[in-house]
Design a protein around this ligand. Structure first.
Ligand SMILES: [Zn+2]
Length: 490
């Protein structure tokens, strides 16, 4: 039976002819799960006479469940409160005019950490707090258990930033955190601490610590006031999120490394990667001393091998790639290997011969994937020496999708994958290229599960309007939970 659920359950055996009504049931749960039961009772409006009985059963994982839907009772066996939550959300998704078929649904995630980005600098830049909470509830319903929040100017950065009417108040922050807690969602705040800081460094009061005076994106890592500034930002975010476990410190696209004379001298001695880790490692240590796990973007570390060598292994690497849409992939994101970064093999795929590629890949090649001789001189030899073992046996025509997952793992890091649901530059029929994003999320999820990486956070970038945003939640949930056709014998 087609359930129209996202994510689809791994197993279902449901009647085509016999139905019950969801509103006829009320929740009965173990005392330890009373708060969740109360929340779900209100969410699903379960005030009927028949029992929906939640039974703790350690044969199931904390997010897995087996649900027997019968005319007199619905029984949910699960190892945790999240399993109960997901079972009720499944009933809410499949109830059509309140009617649900009798039978069995069993489900479990293929990926433990399933994330989505609430991007308050992008599509959600003016979203009221009650709507933000609604998106958190949509995430919960999509079985997303981690939300990366990039607050940008909507966080009150105190003396570093003038007041803005869209800033979230303390009460707003608490409402967001309470909703996340109700939905079983872990919040990971993102605060940039190195580059992409134009929203703060453009303030005249912070001009002294810019790496370049006329480009306020990046701070100078060797200016004595920079580290206290970055740590002050971290302190603000830690204070605003009681019980914080993870903090993403950004660190992507620090393209101005070594521009000021002091940094140039340091780079001459230690390389750009050396300058990068010199700063980032102190932030990692600072967070670890507070018992918080730091997350760092991968691109600078990937492009600068000396950074990979020195980076503190207590950081979790967030590996972003928004262009790879199949495994193997005819497109290589060659960080540090080619001036264009995103390339294809010229001999295999010249401008006239895209034979064997789907239309979507051809469309992507119109914008991304410059032709280059990947085997003979088109890639930096040091890049090839380092990464060739990870590129797969069909190189250079195809490369293994997301080849750096295993590389980062081999280097001793935990890895979180980051595809995008709303990305950059290309479009389809004048709209964001959702076909690319869907395939990007799906392929990255497959590889994350295959490589046993530590989770996935789907991003949502660029300044598209909020109306272009919610489909990404459903896609992120669908593919990080895992697809039913992947399950043996089901
Ligand atoms: Zn500098």
């Amino acid at each position: 039976m087609k359930l129209y659920a996202m994510p689809e359950p791994k197993f279902q055996d449901l009647s085509e002819t016999e139905f019950v009504y969801l509103y006829d049931y009320h929740i009965e749960a173990p005392a330890a799960w009373a708060a969740v039961a109360e929340y779900l009772t209100e969410r699903a409006r379960l005030h009927g006479a028949k029992p929906l009985r939640i039974v703790e059963d350690t044969a199931y994982g904390p997010e897995a469940y087996r649900m027997q839907i019968a005319t007199d009772v619905i029984t949910v066996c699960t190892g945790g409160a999240s399993g109960a939550r997901y079972a009720v959300y499944m009933l809410m998704q499949i109830a059509y005019r309140s009617r649900i078929p009798v039978g069995v649904i069993a489900d479990h995630p293929d990926m433990a950490s399933r994330g989505y980005q609430l991007n308050l600098r992008g599509p959600l830049r003016q979203t009221p707090v009650d709507v933000l909470c609604h998106y958190l509830r949509l995430c919960g319903q999509a079985k997303i258990n981690t939300v990366l929040i990039e607050y940008d100017t909507r966080f009150d950065h105190g003396k570093y930033q003038p007041y803005e009417p869209w800033m979230l108040s303390k009460t707003d922050m608490q409402q967001v955190q309470k909703t996340a807690q109700d939905e079983g969602i872990t919040i990971i705040p993102l605060i940039q601490t190195y580059g992409h800081l134009e929203f703060l460094l453009s303030q005249p009061s912070l001009s002294a610590i810019r790496e370049e005076q006329d480009l306020p994106d990046q701070l100078c890592p060797l200016h004595p006031d920079s580290m206290p500034f970055s740590k002050a930002l971290i302190d603000m975010y830690v204070e605003a999120h009681p019980g914080l476990q993870y903090l993403h410190i950004g660190g992507d696209e620090t393209r101005q490394l070594g521009k000021c004379p002091k940094c140039a001298a340091y780079v001459a001695k230690h390389g750009k990667g050396g300058l990068y880790t010199h700063y980032v490692n102190e932030l990692i240590d600072y967070l670890c001393s507070k018992g918080i796990t730091p997350l760092v973007y991968d691109d600078m570390i990937c492009a600068h091998p000396e950074a990979m060598k020195d980076l503190d292994r207590r950081a979790t690497i967030v590996y972003w790639d928004y262009w790879t849409t199949s495994d193997p992939s005819p497109l290589l994101v060659a960080r540090g290997g080619h001036e264009w970064a995103i390339v294809r093999d010229k001999a295999s795929w010249d401008d006239r011969n895209f034979e064997g590629l789907p239309d979507m890949q051809r469309e992507i090649f119109k914008v991304f994937g410059k032709p280059a001789d990947l085997e003979n001189g088109g890639l930096d030899p040091a890049y090839l020496e380092r990464y060739r073992p990870y590129l797969g046996d069909q190189f250079p025509k195809y490369v293994k999708a997301f080849p750096y997952i295993e590389y980062y793992q081999d280097q001793g890091f935990k890895v979180i994958a980051m595809p995008t649901s709303l990305g950059n530059s290309d479009n389809y029929l004048g709209a964001p290229n959702e076909a690319r994003f869907t395939a990007n999320i799906r392929t990255f999820a497959e590889r994350t599960i295959q490589a046993k990486a530590d989770g996935m956070i789907t991003s949502a970038w660029f300044r598209f309007p909020e109306s272009a945003y919610p489909i990404g939640i459903a896609l992120a949930g669908q593919y990080s939970w895992g697809m039913p056709e992947y399950q043996e014998g089901k």
